[in-house]
Design a protein around this ligand. Structure first.
Ligand code: PLP
Length: 372
């Protein structure tokens, strides 16, 4: 065997990938894991049984390629959006892929790419910038206020100046938790249309946890608006890998130019359809998680931490001189939270009541140590 170890940077990789590290939260074996905004509740047994049934049916036809257009699944996703989103959505307005990350990648492959740019208002979901890099799209980091709200006037100026081809707005925002008001989204959409026009992607991965409503009704009369959703968070199905978008049917037609043929396996489609049959049970956990989120906000404030207003299933708390050192101290107490690299702040996902108690005990204890 050769002793020679090839390093990534010895390979003839693209220049923009040199020296970079892959995205990913540490997957550590810790008693309480509150770091990736997953739903802490396993799927209910009747749903597990229904998945087994539908996957068995799909298995009998695995010699064939899946439905390339995922028509049944898109129809059911449209039905779900219509029922919960306050807006009539048809299957022609819905597209699905392996996680919303793949949806976003297809959007950037279609509307971004070499010689084009995308803007996001940071701190926000870091995958937007990483998918931009992976698709050769230039990335522009737009501003936020100190309280993590979007400074609309500054954002409008940035859009007018850079004329990006794609604008990302995450609401509720990850990792800060706060929602973006509809008026702000409308103002940025108008600015983006005046500048180019560009595609405006509203990432609503956490919208089911919000105190407010989905922005789906804004799709009416706005052909360059896209709402991106996922089954990874509220549906409690992160392992399924199913994301989707709602937009003008022309956007759905456009992403088909770049999607790989048969990108969504029959097994994935069958599993997602089974989960959608159990929407009401799955969304029942959402109310419980929202209550736990509100409890985390209240108790963290009572302990004396700063907390950002949250419309998601996680809470950003601080402020710390050295957030990473605090992350480590919480980990030493058996609780894994997330250091997203926002200076002074950490993020904790709402878990089960017992997990949240363990987290609150840990940070209460830590507060004593820090003020001792
Ligand atoms: C978790 C998350 C997603 C979900 O990605 P999937 O690929 O669907 O699991 C998308 N956007 C944001 C802002 C997220 O936090």
């Amino acid at each position: 065997m050769s002793e020679h170890v090839t390093r990534i940077d010895d390979l003839p990789i693209r220049d923009e990938l040199r020296g970079k590290s892959p995205y990913g939260a540490p997957q550590l074996d810790v008693p309480v894991r509150l770091n990736t905004n997953e739903n802490p509740y396993p799927l209910p047994e009747p749903l597990v049984a229904r998945i087994a049934e539908r996957v068995t049916e799909a298995a009998r036809e695995l010699n064939r390629y899946p439905d390339r257009d995922a028509v049944e699944l898109r129809t059911e996703l449209a039905r779900y959006l219509t029922r919960t989103g306050g807006h009539q959505v048809t299957k022609d307005q819905v597209w699905a892929a392996n996680g919303s990350n793949e949806v976003l990648q297809q959007l950037l492959q279609t509307f971004g790419g070499p010689g084009r740019t995308a803007i996001g208002f940071e701190p926000s979901y870091s995958m937007h910038a990483l998918i931009a890099r992976g698709t050769g799209t230039g990335w522009i980091s737009g501003p936020r206020n100190d309280d993590f709200t979007i400074d609309v006037a500054a954002a409008e100026r940035a859009i007018a100046e850079h004329r990006p081809h794609v604008v990302f707005i995450t609401t509720p925002n990850n990792p800060t938790g706060n929602a973006v008001p509809a008026e702000a989204v409308l103002a940025l959409y108008e600015a983006a249309q005046a500048a180019r026009p560009s595609l405006v992607v509203v990432d609503e991965a956490y919208v089911e946890f919000s105190h407010g409503d989905s922005l789906l009704p804004l799709l009416d009369g706005r052909p360059h608006l896209v709402i991106s959703r996922t089954m990874s968070k509220a549906f409690g199905a992160a392992g399924l890998r199913l994301g989707y978008l709602a937009a003008d049917p022309a956007v759905v037609d456009a992403v088909q130019l770049v999607r790989l043929p048969y990108h969504l396996s029959s097994v994935t489609q069958a599993t997602a359809l089974a989960a959608l049959e159990h929407t009401d049970t799955l969304l029942g956990y959402v109310d419980q998680l929202k209550r736990e989120r509100d409890r985390l906000v209240a108790e963290l404030r009572a302990i004396g931490y700063d907390v950002t207003e949250s419309d998601a299933n996680f809470v950003q708390f601080g402020r710390f001189e050295d957030a990473h050192a605090i992350w480590r101290k919480i980990l030493d107490r058996g609780v894994l939270v997330r250091d997203n690299g926002v200076p002074g702040w950490l993020r904790v996902s709402a878990g089960t009541p017992a997990e949240n108690d363990a987290f609150l005990d840990a940070v209460r204890d830590l507060k004593k140590e820090l003020s001792a």
